[in-house]
Design a binder for this molecule. Structure first.
Ligand code: R5P
Length: 298
């Protein structure tokens, strides 16, 4: 097995290779003067399994195309199998035509990967309207979760806290992690008015416990922090309801459009993410779950 990366997940790829005791081989990647991609392997791939570790952020289009060029070249050079580990899988939120004429980008992304890689491994993908990744991927597509790692982080840092999901989709993290650590949890109701404008409210439905936030440590958990709007609105509401300290945990920290100052201004005291996307807020290390999922491929 040979592990490589294209730049977005360099550190994670090297750590994974070290953990599995396999070769990490850097690619030579550059651009021709007209920006065409130049790509070169520096190791023989004959009958080897190549693992490309590359989150599709930043530069989602470019990294998708780089992955395709890398996978196709590997096969051309005799690789037996090409596995893509994309800890963050972009485009998954566009899983339906919300307005006439729109692209269902998740399907297109999956189609491109189906044609060039043999297997996909990802972490906490945004699978909501699809039943599973297999609904869009023809290749084996493994969806790992960082839930146990987040639960361990929460247990280590708080004796007691309320775990909060900013929308019903996030209950697969917030509510499940709360169950695992034995903390209270609550879920907000989110209305998305546009990609940059959301509002949240506390809903009291019969199956949701009425949880008091007064004087509590509140940990907001979501899969993606992109513009930070969702978490910021949740934090403002939670602060109004008397929370003492607010922490935001995101599996995938994209932090676009000044998300960090926005979150601070909304009253978020601490922000923690996993290293699915490299960022200074990384505090949850996914290397062990990736290594476990690759062991049988060695
Ligand atoms: C959407 O349903 C996701 O789970 C996140 O809540 C969303 O992607 C966060 O985006 P933003 O940070 O831009 O509000």
């Amino acid at each position: 097995m040979i592990i490589t990366s294209l730049g977005n997940s360099l550190k994670l790829a090297q750590e994974l290779a070290k953990k599995l005791n396999v070769t990490y081989s850097p690619l030579t990647i550059s651009a021709f003067p007209d920006e065409d991609l130049y790509l070169k392997f520096n190791i023989s791939l004959k009958r080897k399994t190549l693992v490309i570790v590359e989150s599709l952020f930043p530069y989602s289009q470019k990294s998708l195309l780089d992955i395709i060029f890398t996978a196709e070249t590997a096969k051309d050079l005799g690789a037996k199998k090409v596995i893509l580990i994309a800890p963050y899988l972009a485009y998954m939120r566009q899983d339906k035509r919300f307005h006439p004429g729109e692209a269902i980008s998740s399907k297109i992304m999956a189609k491109l990967l189906n044609d060039s890689v043999d297997k996909l491994i990802t972490i906490d993908p945004h699978v909501h309207r699809y039943k599973s990744l297999q609904q869009v991927f023809k290749i084996p597509a493994v969806s790992l979760t960082s839930n146990h790692l987040i639960a361990a982080y929460v247990k280590k840092h708080w004796k007691n806290a309320v775990l909060l999901g900013p929308d019903w989709e996030s209950s697969q993290w917030a509510a499940r992690i709360a169950e695992e650590v034995g903390f209270e949890s609550t879920i907000l109701e989110k209305t998305r008015h546009s990609s940059r404008h959301v509002s949240v409210k506390l809903v009291k439905t019969p199956n949701l416990k009425a949880v008091s936030l007064q004087g509590k440590n509140v940990v907001i958990i979501d899969d993606i922090i992109s513009t930070g709007k969702t978490i910021a609105e949740a934090a403002k509401l939670v602060r109004r309801l008397g929370a003492k300290m607010i922490t935001a945990i995101g599996v995938h920290g994209l932090f676009v459009e000044n998300a960090l100052p926005k979150l601070k201004k909304a009253g978020v005291n601490r922000i923690v993410t996993s290293n699915c996307i490299e960022h200074k807020s990384n505090g949850i290390d996914v290397v062990t779950i990736l290594a476990d999922s690759l062991k049988k491929e060695k």
